[in-house]
Design a protein around this ligand. Sequence first.
Ligand SMILES: *Cc1c(COP(=O)(O)O)cnc(C)c1O
Length: 358
Amino acid sequence: MSKGYELCDKIKNLTPYDPLEGEYRLRLDANESYFEPDENLRRELGEIAAKTAFNRYPDPYAVEVCRAFAEFYGLPESLVTAGNGSDELISIICGTLLQKGEKLLTFAPDFSMYRFYAELYELESVVMEKEPDLTLPVDRVISYINENQVAAVMFSNPCNPTSLGLSRENVRKLVSSVKALVVLDEAYMDFWDQSFLPEVQEHDNLIILKTCSKAIGMAAVRLGFAVAKPALSIALRAAKSPYNVNSISQAIGAHILSKREFLLDCRDQLVKSARELNARLNKLAGEFPVLETVHPTCTNFVFVKTPAAREIHQKLLKKSIAVRCFGKYLRITAPSPEQMEELLAALHDILVEMRDNA
Ligand SMILES: *Cc1c(COP(=O)(O)O)cnc(C)c1O
């Protein structure tokens, strides 16, 4: 006979991350790279996977893949900790570097997982609204942190979902003006030129997060990295679960990260695609004022303000095209050249239909 087990409040009230399910012809909703390994690379990856010591636990410190990552970004290996996606690293930071009740400052709009983990680990989640133009008010942020005993601040730069970036100079000002831990999520910095990685060793209160899920094109293998000075890196390695990155992901990650030319070429094409998408959406906005603002992009996606976001989102889904909808905004991932034509044709048809029915 059950005694009536009940879930605790924090888990009862948790809203799970809700990724889109189902099959769509165009997946432009998750900011993934559109590049897939060609047949040669697939064969290499298959051979690497086949060599795995399947009966053995993985290398707990993922040394080989951390070395490949460090080499790719020109960093000392000692600063790098691997995670099962940067998502896991966000969870580890919230759950172990911060204590229950401490203040974690995040921003709106920004990546939703920061707040998710803050709530899960019973931190005091403080959310500051960005400026009306969606930029981060650095001076206001610094005063807030210093006047309110904020323990940590976490944000993405360039930002998901706004696609806007904060200059290196402003990041430097923020990091050096506070005692709080700054978690700087550079998931999309491959697409922009203001990375703070070269200065990571100058700050004791800084963790930079990177992921292989976007520019590197390996969302499937779940690999993320935290870059920080030794004191923080040692703490993260001590706090993580021992075998957090599986052997296959470690080996495949190390192999892909060694393909510098290939990765930089993919990156360049993704940047080109995002710029073209931005320009063509701007042109469409000239014809259809319902597309209010097409934000400039520092990433591999474009953020569009439109009061018709929900309707357009639904109509695109009916045409088997998935984009992300956030209230009055659409976020559209940079498509391949063929997908670009299909997306813009569909969007044009939808806007004509909406105008004619208005
Ligand atoms: C996609 C994304 C990540 C990546 O998460 P992984 O767990 O490494 O796939 C991290 N931060 C932001 C802001 C992202 O958009």
